[in-house]
Ligand binder design. Sequence first.
Ligand code: PEP
Ligand code: MN
Length: 361
Amino acid sequence: MIIHLTEGSTEEQQKAVLKRIGDDGFSHEIIHGTTGIDVIGVLGDLSGVEISRYSELDGVAKVVRISKPYKLVSREYAAGAEQQFKATKTIEVGDVTIGGDELTIMAGPCAVESEEQVMAVAEYVSEMGIPIMRGGAYKPRTSPYSFQGMGLEALQLLAKARDKYGLKLIIEASGLHRHMRADDSLEKNNVLENVISYADIIQVGARNMKSYGFLQELGLLTKNTKTPILLKRGDSSPLQDFLLAAEYIVRSGNPNVMLCLRGIQTFEEDKFQRSTPDIGAIAVLKRESNLPVIFDPSHSTGYRENVRSVSLAAVAAGADGLLIETHNNPANALCDGEQSIMKDELASIKSAADKIRKLVR
Ligand code: PEP
Ligand code: MN
């Protein structure tokens, strides 16, 4: 539920509204309007509550119930209903703004494989003016015999690249607490805490979209830092479930969530595309939610030949950013080489995508 205060509402009137919210057993969030507090979000199970309990209070202009099952991430909520088609929340990662006028590209290898690879990719990514680098340290793989990531060593290499090239890092946290190295030994530190301490943006992968306990834990662990979280859509998850998964994180204390589409499973065959790019979902998420929308043209296609056209289509459809896999030597990549593009292709996509963003804003 959203409470709109009148333009000249006094501090006393505002306090009385907040007191009633508290007395009724609900929590609140102040949604800053243009002039101080003018919109308050009320959180909790409001199904039995009469709107008049709040609309009758002095200083209240109107009360709007959010009809959607997802509340905090809904378009209505952020915008205070009025300007609902304008309100995408912007997320700041240092000096980078996600969800604003500029398109945000995040690029890097699927997994960190060596110092030489990380540094080579970081160099060309930063040269192109791409501010955020991706790189997996702990890879959730379908087979326990596939490469599981370099773990802590990967985090240290990424941090080295960040320091040298001034990049921000997006790193996946898988909910894993213990990492088994290739020689079956266990990494000492807690994996989740490691990732949180190194990442500028924490990625939650498609496989974990439904790990609700993990989503809550992540929200709680980042409640103070508000480190941005990029949540990927499960490859067989309806959009409503996706939005509710984002709601779990926001509800647990971290509002800085962005939604990432990465393709869904259909009857499509692997030989043409690994998943079906869910471009149409961009429009739906923009209409339904207030969170920035990122598109992953790498996992949604599976082949580097398809990455350019799908990237540009996603930006034309309104995506606020792209998460792209790139590698300095994709033929020898340990993970997702077939869908990784090389330097020149990345530069060419960036230049076209930036132009499209300007056209559609
Ligand atoms: C990845 O980004 O490398 C990854 C594993 O993606 P997804 O969770 O979308 O499969
Ligand atoms: Mn990958």
